[in-house]
Design a protein. Structure first.
Length: 480
């Protein structure tokens, strides 16, 4: 083997994808060792990956091969760099194009979850979907192959890419070849669970039922995803809204705020379907995977409740024509040493817990009093009112207040509040701890704001970062 190299085990499908790149002089080894304890060279640098008989290897049970770590990095970079041209190459089979796109997608998602360079990773994801969109529109068989591959799911990275692809396909079926819409919903799919990187992996991978506090943390992840993205230029407000709303339900019983029906963005409604489907067909530590047919049967019972009926009908058309029965795992490079490797089904039942006690008694106001507020720390969205606005007060305590608003505010967003105390004005900084749609009034939301500290008047308009995920131990809870 010459000088000692550090080798890394790579799934056979990844090696096959690398064979389409311009990288040459690549040595590939079998995972079993010879009598001297060294890996067995299968294909030398002269022939690289082009002469490998992949079908024969699969037939004899070979699922992985070994590549030098430095060579693996070069192959991944080349595959991502050359994907656009590869997708338009008529000599490359659709299944191989899909395999290459899948490999790049999982690599980009993996790096994104590790959080090293968010701006660069978003750029990479955007470029990936530009290439993938071109390939899918030029050759529909690429989409069919990607659909069949989407059942392969071992990590959060592969889940993110699968949801992106499935969402792109649903958008195409529902609305035709609107490339901007397909691209944006795919990018939202890649980013929708980014907030789970802020949650302890022990909670995400927990086999036992989640506690109320653990469920509360997990249900903050759509908001946390947007907070982590900050002001990324490639993620516009429409994509942010899709991410925020991917766990909202058509009947208004979802989270984080309970938006309902057509008030949920189209992208949010699409992600609700594809995210749920892919979660169901993936194996969990606490249950086996459902087949695509079983998953569809479960989902049909939620049409009009969790899912938009017209979009679900389009989803069934995507899976029609026998494609559902063709789902099968494809061995690709999908490292498991990423941050937050698990993907937790949020609909799991938890043990009931008594309501959190309120720290101080609250005085009902019922709209007789208005509180002046300025939004000074908000997520990236287009419905934020940053000038001084007056909100009806529902109830009030020393710790905070429940306010009513015509637009939702999200947990962790920060406001400056002006209180009139005996003729004198006092500014306070407050943080939104909860917000829910008011089911008894159209386009009205109630939000709990916790007072943080006093402000000097000149500080009232100063910007403040959105507060990160919070435990529910000290949360203000909505009345009755």
């Amino acid at each position: 083997m010459g000088k000692q190299q550090k080798l890394k085990e790579v799934p056979l499908g990844a090696v096959q994808a690398f064979s389409e790149t311009s990288v040459d002089a690549l040595e590939v080894y079998l995972p079993n060792k010879n009598a001297t304890g060294n890996a067995v060279l299968y294909s030398g640098s002269e022939s690289g990956t082009t002469g490998i008989d992949y079908r024969r290897l699969q037939d004899v049970g070979v699922q992985t091969m070994l590549i030098a770590v430095e060579d693996l990095a070069s192959c991944e970079e080349a595959l991502e760099r050359e994907l656009g041209n590869l997708m338009l190459d008529p000599t490359v089979e659709p299944q191989k194009k899909a395999m290459c796109a899948q490999q790049v997608g999982v690599n980009v998602a993996r790096d994104m979850l590790c959080g090293g360079n968010p701006a660069a990773d978003v750029d990479r994801a955007s470029g990936l979907f530009d290439s993938l969109l071109t390939g899918m529109l030029a050759d529909p068989a690429v989409a069919t192959s990607l659909l069949a591959m989407s059942a392969h799911h071992r990590t959060t990275a592969s889940h993110l890419f699968a949801v992106s692809v499935l969402s792109m396909m649903l958008a195409q079926e529902a609305f035709g070849g609107n490339e901007k819409q397909m691209h944006d919903v795919a990018l939202a799919g890649m980013l929708h669970d980014l907030g789970k990187t802020s949650i302890d992996a022990a909670i995400l991978n927990k086999v036992e039922p989640l506690t109320a506090d653990e469920i509360n943390l997990i249900r903050q992840h759509p908001v946390e995803s947007i907070r982590l993205l900050g002001g990324e230029a490639n993620v516009d407000v429409n994509i942010c809204r899709m991410i925020l709303e991917h766990h909202e339900r058509y009947d208004g019983m979802g989270y984080p705020v309970g938006v309902a029906g057509d008030d949920i963005s189209i992208g949010g409604r699409i992600l609700a379907i594809t995210d749920s489907f892919h979660a169901m067909i993936g194996r969990r530590d606490y249950r086996t995977a459902l087949t695509p047919v079983e998953a569809l049967r479960v989902m049909r019972a939620q049409v009009g409740k969790q899912f938009d009926p017209s979009l679900f009908a389009a989803w069934e058309r995507v899976l029609a024509g026998g494609v559902v029965s063709e789902f099968k795992p494809v061995l690709l490079n999908d490292d498991t040493d990423e941050v937050g490797t698990g993907y937790h089904a949020d609909h799991r039942k938890a043990k009931k817990k008594p309501p959190v006690s309120r720290r101080s008694d609250r005085k009902p106001i019922h709209g007789q009093l208005h509180m002046a507020c300025i939004a000074t720390g908000t997520l990236k969205r287009n419905d934020v009112v940053r000038e001084l606005s007056h909100y009806p007060v529902i109830d009030l305590s020393r710790a905070g207040a429940c306010l009513e608003s015509i637009a939702p505010m999200y947990r962790g967003e920060v406001v400056s509040i002006c209180l009139n105390t005996g003729g004198a004005s006092q500014w306070l900084r407050g943080v939104v701890r909860w917000c829910r749609r008011n089911a008894t009034a159209d386009h009205r939301y109630r939000m709990g704001v916790q007072f943080m500290h006093r402000l000097a008047p000149e500080e009232a308009h100063s910007r403040h970062p959105v507060v990160a995920m919070m435990s529910n131990q000290d949360a203000l809870m909505p009345a009755g």
